[in-house]
Ligand binder design. Structure first.
Ligand SMILES: [Zn+2]
Ligand SMILES: [Zn+2]
Length: 375
């Protein structure tokens, strides 16, 4: 869930033309994007800036497909500026490093997630929580470009130029393609579990087994918790257990839910469709926490009693800052954690979107940009 800019910000973008920007867009790059909410993604040419001294230019090898890509391409959050080139789970090879770049040299493997810039001075940025920048972080696509003006373009492209402060190091121990979705799906689930200290001796629930849920199960297991997956489909049981769940709870069965009343330390809710939050809050023990990382399109009512009784907490979380994203990638490299992916080429992206709508993917599509044709 990212890429949100308000109507007010959009007006600001239109005024950008009057300002002078630091680095114009000069490097042509092939990309796939949309020109309107009902248009299919198609090949197009975009431009990137010439790397500044602090920038790296990355030849993109793999880019994961996140649900946000689809929401933005189709203007479902009502803030998309066209043309729109989605993609914020990017892994590639550094082909150029500016003279002041310290972390990377040519040939290194690097990652770019949901953010490419922020004001870097507000209290959130100073705390390494750039995703909550008080002056709106620059999202990797459909974001207001602080350096070149206009709107940022994402990873469905051959190349990208990013300030090294917003570029992540990728260990050679990781399968690069399967690591790409760690940059959004991974950090989105890792961050709240770290924040609320998921660990050994705890009973942890994950609601939903999609792109986010399957990573949440892997992380909760790696942190040593007893992991329960909540799902409406019994046929996901075997997969959930393989991914690291210790038990599966069929959420539409009230008797089964009732057996778990007041027993969970932490529940991560990854579902963005409308559902009953009270049914899960009641399963938390005293001082237990439920965190939302999916945002249902309509308000979800919560009964005060489900929180008041046992002093339960309902919270939310959004991706993670740069330091924590690096920590997560290093943790994954050490523990051999990656996403379960299905590889496609750029030409298959429209079909992939259709399949995602039907949850017909285990569990993330990743585009192989080297195998893709661009016309
Ligand atoms: Zn995402
Ligand atoms: Zn900031």
């Amino acid at each position: 869930m990212e890429g949100v800019i308000s109507a007010e910000d959009r007006g600001h973008v239109q005024k950008q033309a009057e300002k002078a920007f630091e680095a114009p867009l000069v490097i042509p790059a092939r990309a796939y994007g949309t020109t309107g909410p009902t248009a299919r993604l198609r090949p197009m040419e975009i431009k990137r800036r010439e790397p500044r001294p602090q920038d790296v230019q990355i030849e993109i090898l793999y880019c994961g497909i996140c649900h946000s890509d689809l929401h933005q391409a189709w203007n479902e959050w009502k803030n998309t500026v066209y043309p729109c080139v989605p993609g914020h789970e990017i892994i590639g090879r550094v082909v150029k490093a500016g003279r002041d770049v310290k972390k990377f040299k040519e040939g290194d493997i690097a990652g770019v997630g949901c953010l490419v810039d922020s004001d870097r001075t507000c209290p959130s940025c100073r705390a390494g929580l750039e995703q909550f920048c008080d002056n709106t972080p620059t999202f990797t696509y459909n974001g207001e470009d602080r350096v070149s003006g206009g709107i940022t373009f994402g990873g469905y492209s051959q190349t990208i130029v990013v300030d090294e402060s917003f570029v992540l190091r990728i260990s050679r121990n990781l399968d690069y393609a399967a690591a790409a979705p760690l940059l959004c799906a991974g950090i989105t689930t890792y961050s709240p579990m770290r924040r609320w200290k998921v660990g050994q001796g705890q009973k942890v629930g994950v609601v939903g087994l999609g792109g986010l849920g399957h990573m949440a199960v892997k992380f909760a297991n790696a942190f040593g918790a007893h992991v329960a997956l909540f799902t409406t489909s019994p046929n996901k049981t075997q997969d959930a257990m393989r991914l690291g769940a210790h038990e599966v709870i069929i959420s539409k069965d009230p008797d089964e839910m009732h057996k778990h009343l007041n027993s969970f330390d932490f529940i991560l809710d990854t579902v963005s469709a409308e559902h009953n939050l009270d049914a899960y809050l009641e399963l938390l023990k005293r001082d237990g926490t439920m965190t939302l990382v999916g945002a249902p399109p309509t308000p979800s009512p919560v009964t005060g009693f489900s929180l008041i009784e046992r002093r339960r907490q309902l919270t939310g979380s959004l991706i993670g800052g740069l330091p924590e994203t690096q920590e997560m990638l290093d943790f994954c490299a050490e523990r051999g954690i990656v996403c379960d992916i299905e590889m496609i080429t750029m030409q298959q992206v429209n079909e992939a979107y259709e399949r995602m709508l039907k949850s017909d993917v285990k569990y993330r599509f990743v585009i192989d940009l080297q195998l893709s044709a661009w016309s």
